[in-house]
Write a protein that binds this ligand. Structure first.
Ligand code: 26Q
Length: 809
């Protein structure tokens, strides 16, 4: 079937049909109805490919991969499907005939914000690349009723509002009642003799919850492939309330449904520190259990209880520790439900699980209280203890008498309140453990997981992250897409290394001119976006200096603000001529319980209002905090950015992926030697990257003698910045509110080393401004950044996962 065969006429007709027959619009359709009708019409065109793919997956021919993740940060689906089906022109024409503008209809769709940030968006990019590479990969996740909260800024502070994204219906999902399964909680493990007289264990007196799957299509790029993302919703089982019901407490019994349905109600909005909430643990087990049951159901239908070849056909990729209960759950299903012997079950499990780590921050490593696990999942806890006992015996065998090592490596952190270390469960239960950038993977084997690396070096590997060039270039940057297609052809969309063909054009004056025109157009779009949301005007001839990401101390938005204050200070002291005109944009959400991060938002807004209302700064400096940063905001932001801020404390950012989106779109990076920045620097060369700051190996030694007071005393600029902060220049009406931030900079134990990197950062910013003043030099660096971004396609990342971990090509 030729996808082009669908004419604009038929598409228009389909939209009208859906408006009337599916949506029941009798009167004039609103934009959001048209958006939904168009989505349904486009979805119709995916169905046959989707059906073929699903039928193909029922046959056991190739190994299939299941990507288990608590987060899939998809953003919008319509524009993505339109691009991948090559329906852009038809959609425009069809809407035109209906008196609508495509861009306006497309932006009616709400983001599917089922994730916090990097890890969730990575899962979405991976799904896109798997479909593009025609790999048999299915995503499993949770259909949260409420996604990532909506952030508004009131009096400079973050205010969270619920994101009821499903409220007006979601045309991209299909409920699959027939694939519902039951997930157990609470109860107890009971010994019994089976028919053959063998002692077995079963999990009884449980509270059961239904898991109902909702499938979303994941279209490949113009390749007749549609994969599946299966998201689970919790629903109450009926027997759950039967007792109350019969005792006459009908209303109470129905209200009990809430308890079950709570499980998939809301996405937890913290993305770095564990919060230890029982509901979160229930979400994790719910996902692991439902997904494994779903996969095993099909296997048993085909092969009965013979699991000897199960590992040949299955691989479960665990997105961080969040779904690692899958290790214990697969053991339970095999041993308790299907009667497989422990050793065989363990061989199957540890040959099918693979674990990806996304963090080096010790506070982010998940640990669950044994007490909580024992209550909620008693049989799972038993299994974890059994896995641990056998594992520690192995350790003892390899290092006889090394009791300290056994203590360190135990899955159980002992103490008065013992905890299960989820990362260790992931490592012990998997055949592959990977980090997400070269430095990160190296640091894992040298630090956090050193003991495990000594035990099983062959398990450890690196898979540097990537982002999908369909969404992050072809879709979000139409002007650049057109220029690229004109100059180097269009093969880059599916083979990003082709961008290297731009390299010879980097010095070409005429091409540079075209390049700058494209950037100018994108900056105008971004300026408009900022103006609408912040009421601040961004002149497009200024350098656009952007930092958008979750707000975290380690990401050092604070350092960025210190630089803004420094520029403001120079301007107000009459050194304005030294300051190249600049627009600084900062955006991102803070975890609702992370007070310091919220204070950083408040500081940004206060500094912004001082700078933006000072007439002396008007010609040179603008600062804006963009509220509610999300996937669709980034689609406007990255094409319009000149300078990409990637300034985390070295060794703290596992990889970063925003850095890659900016680079692809021709932004130059100012960044530390951290995460994937290092690989970006490697690809593009030092002349085209503003590198600064302490390196990981320097920080260790430096930390011991870190004296912020001395650094400040020795640096006039930093001293003035600190004085402005301390004297309340940015907190006129709320004296002292920024004291915690000031203290964090002054603290000799400041883990983020803000004072230590200040001078190097200011100098790098100066270099960036100087280069920007020479537009031709800047254009060249910008072109080369795009040209060398090929490596950062998630197609490359997924090809590596497929070849080196999944063995499915
Ligand atoms: C854990 C327990 C309880 C509640 C929430 C969580 C939780 C949720 C999300 C913990 C961590 C996250 C997300 C982490 C994350 O996004 N990490 C980022 O992953 C990216 C993709 O690999 C990297 O590029 C980033 O460097 C890394 O910070």
């Amino acid at each position: 079937m030729n996808m082009k065969s669908q004419s604009a006429d038929t598409l228009k007709n389909d939209v009208e049909q859906h408006l009337l027959f599916t949506l029941g619009r009798f009167d004039k359709a609103m934009d959001k109805d048209v958006c939904k009708a168009l989505s349904l019409a486009v979805r119709d065109q995916l169905m046959e490919y989707w059906q073929q793919q699903s039928l193909k997956e029922m046959r056991y021919e190739k190994k299939r991969v299941f990507y288990l993740s608590l987060e899939f940060l998809l953003g919008r689906s319509l524009s993505n499907a339109v691009l991948n089906l090559d329906l852009d022109e038809q959609a425009r024409e069809a809407l035109d005939a209906l008196g609508k503008v495509y861009e306006e209809i497309e932006s009616e769709e709400r983001d599917a914000g089922l994730g916090n940030g990097g890890l969730g968006r990575l899962a979405a990019c991976f799904m896109d690349s798997c479909a593009m590479l025609k790999l048999p990969v299915r995503g499993y996740g949770i259909r949260y009723e409420y996604g990532m909260f909506h952030q508004s800024i009131i009096e400079g502070r973050q205010v969270e509002q619920p994101d009821h994204w499903l409220m007006s219906g979601h045309p991209w999902e299909i409920e699959r009642q027939d694939r519902t399964c039951v997930v157990k909680f609470y109860g107890r493990a009971e010994y019994f003799a089976n028919d053959a007289g063998k002692t077995c264990i079963r999990w009884v007196d449980t509270h059961d919850v239904f898991a109902v799957p909702y499938d979303m299509p994941i279209p490949g790029y113009r390749n007749e492939t549609v994969n599946t993302l299966r998201l689970w919703k919790a629903a109450a089982t009926d027997e759950f309330n039967l007792k109350d019901f019969n005792e006459g407490d009908y209303a109470d019994a129905v209200a009990q449904k809430n308890l079950a349905e709570q499980i998939t109600m809301v996405l937890y909005p913290n993305d770095a520190s564990e919060n230890g909430k029982e509901l979160r643990l229930r979400q994790q087990y719910f996902l692991a259990s439902a997904s494994l049951q779903d996969v095993i159901k099909d296997w048993v239908y085909e092969f009965g209880r013979d699991f000897s070849k199960f590992d040949k056909f299955h691989c479960f990729q665990l997105n961080d520790t969040h779904p690692t209960l899958a290790v214990a759950e697969l053991m339970r299903l095999l041993v308790d439900v299907y009667g497989v012997e422990w050793d065989e079950a363990w061989a199957v499990t540890s040959k099918t699980m693979a674990y990806t780590n996304h963090t080096l921050l010790p506070e982010a490593l998940e640990r669950w209280p044994v007490r909580l696990l024992g209550e909620l999942l008693p049989r799972l806890l038993q299994i974890i203890y059994e896995i641990n006992a056998r594992f520690l015996a192995e350790v003892a065998h390899k290092w006889p008498g090394d009791v300290e090592r056994q203590r360190r490596m135990s899955l159980i952190e002992e103490g008065h309140d013992p905890h299960v270390r989820m990362a260790y469960l992931g490592i012990v239960g998997s055949f592959s453990v990977n980090g997400v950038a070269a430095l990160h993977s190296e640091l894992l084997t040298k630090g956090l997981f050193k003991d495990f690396y000594q035990m099983w070096p062959e398990k450890f590997n690196n898979k540097t992250n990537g982002v999908t060039p369909r969404r992050w270039l072809a879709h979000c940057n139409k002007p650049l897409k057109a220029l690229l297609n004109d100059s180097i052809g269009s093969k880059w969309v599916t083979n990003l290394n082709k961008l290297d063909k731009l390299t010879p054009l980097a010095d070409d004056a005429a091409f540079q001119q075209k390049w700058l025109e494209v950037k100018q157009q994108n900056k105008a779009q971004l300026a408009h976006y900022v103006e609408e949301r912040c009421g601040i005007e961004f002149p497009t001839e200024f350098i656009f200096d952007v930092q958008v990401k979750r707000i975290h101390e380690y990401k050092r938005q604070l350092l960025n603000i210190l630089h803004a204050i420094h520029l403001y200070d120079k301007i107000t002291r009459g050194e304005a001529d030294d300051v190249e005109p600049r627009c600084i944009l900062i955006g991102g959400k803070a975890a609702p319980g992370y007070a310091i991060a919220k204070l950083i938002i408040k500081l940004t807004n206060n500094v912004a209002s001082v700078i933006n209302s000072d007439s002396r700064a008007r010609e040179r400096l603008k600062l804006a905090f963009l509220p509610n940063y999300n996937v669709s905001a980034m689609e406007v932001i990255c094409p319009g950015t000149d300078l990409s801020e990637q300034i985390s404390t070295a060794g703290k950012e596992a990889s970063g992926t925003g850095n890659m989106k900016f680079m692809m779109n021709g932004a130059v990076t100012i960044g530390t030697y951290d995460g994937a920045n290092i690989e970006i620097l490697d690809a593009v060369g030092e002349e085209n990257f503003f590198l600064f700051g302490l390196k990981v190996e320097e920080i260790g030694a430096y930390r011991l003698a870190h004296q912020p007071n001395q650094i400040i005393a020795a640096d006039e600029d930093l001293e003035r910045v600190m004085t402005l902060l301390e004297c309340g220049h940015f907190s006129m009406f709320e004296k002292g509110i920024f004291e915690p931030l000031i203290q964090s900079i002054l603290n000799p134990h400041d883990p983020w080393m803000v004072a230590a990197d200040f001078r190097a950062y200011i100098n790098a910013q100066k270099d960036a401004a100087t280069m920007y003043a020479d537009r031709s030099a800047w254009a060249k660096a910008s072109i080369l950044n795009t040209a060398k971004s090929g490596k950062f396609s998630s197609d490359r990342t997924i090809a590596e996962y497929a070849r080196e971990i999944w063995a499915t090509e």
